[in-house]
Write a new protein. Structure first.
Length: 261
């Protein structure tokens, strides 16, 4: 090691970028920040920043950036589902130098109004609209209906990948409950699926599939304070169960085989 000199190797930087999703008034929103400095000054981007070399790991850096941009306390951050999404390392993705970004996907119920941190001029929740009403169809911008914001760097691609990961996660994991408060009704859970998938689901079929997946939800024994919008009995309240994977999976309608509907 005495002969090792890190200056013998080309410099490369490491960042984290986060696709933060939440439901606000029933709409799927992504957190975007307006860049205060170059490069891409004035353009919108995903929240993120450079990893503090020698001081923190990737997960720590992502949690720090998430806290700075959302204002969530350490306790509130425990409600957030945070996972690695992928790595993005095209040499020209950042005009300053070769920067590799490790992207994360985060979602939680009804996150508060954001606050700009670091090198951001402002931060805003932005409704996401895509080909079926939810998600994004563009590779470097949010879709029509979300202010047509062109995203800096390759963040449009990262956002699209994050949205597709979220849609897929809802098929085979119980993480849809992470968008809801600890106690929820089956119609509220169905609304999460409908918003993120951008498709209406048959209420009865959805209810049956949810209850037939072991460990997906468990009854609290209580009912909602009010009945449904059309009257009738009050809906039962559920909480997330202990399942990590759904068996059987809840396939998106356009992904199901004809005989599976």
């Amino acid at each position: 090691m005495a002969a090792y000199d890190p200056r013998d190797f080309p410099a490369i930087a490491l960042t984290v970028d986060i696709v933060v999703l939440t439901l606000r008034e029933g709409r799927l929103n992504v957190l975007l920040v307006e860049r205060a400095g170059q490069p891409f000054q004035g353009q919108w981007a995903l929240p993120g920043g450079f990893v503090k070399a020698g001081q923190e790991g990737l997960d720590e850096a992502a949690a720090r950036e998430l806290a700075e941009e959302t204002g969530l306390s350490a306790g509130a951050l425990r409600r957030v589902h945070l996972e690695q999404l992928g790595s993005y390392g095209e040499p020209a993705r950042d005009p300053r130098m070769h920067v590799v970004s490790v992207a994360y996907l985060a979602f939680a119920p009804d996150l508060p109004d954001p606050r700009a941190g670091g090198d951001a001029a402002r931060a805003a929740w932005t409704p996401v609209v895509g080909p079926h009403g939810g998600g994004t169809g563009g590779r470097n911008s949010t879709e029509r209906g979300s202010a047509d914001r062109e995203l800096a760097f390759d963040h449009g691609r990262i956002l699209a990948d994050g949205l597709e990961r979220a849609r897929a996660k809802l098929e085979y994991t119980p993480l849809a409950a992470a968008f809801l408060e600890p106690e929820f009704t089956i119609p509220e859970l169905r609304a999460v699926y409908e918003e993120i998938w951008g498709q209406k689901l048959h209420p009865g079929n959805f209810h049956r599939k949810v209850l037939s997946a072991p460990g997906f939800v468990e009854s609290t024994g209580e009912t909602a304070e009010r009945g449904g919008s059309r009257g009738g009995p009050r809906a039962r309240l559920y909480r997330a169960g202990d399942a990590r994977l759904l068996h059987p999976a809840l396939l998106r309608p356009d992904a199901e085989e004809p005989d599976a509907r």
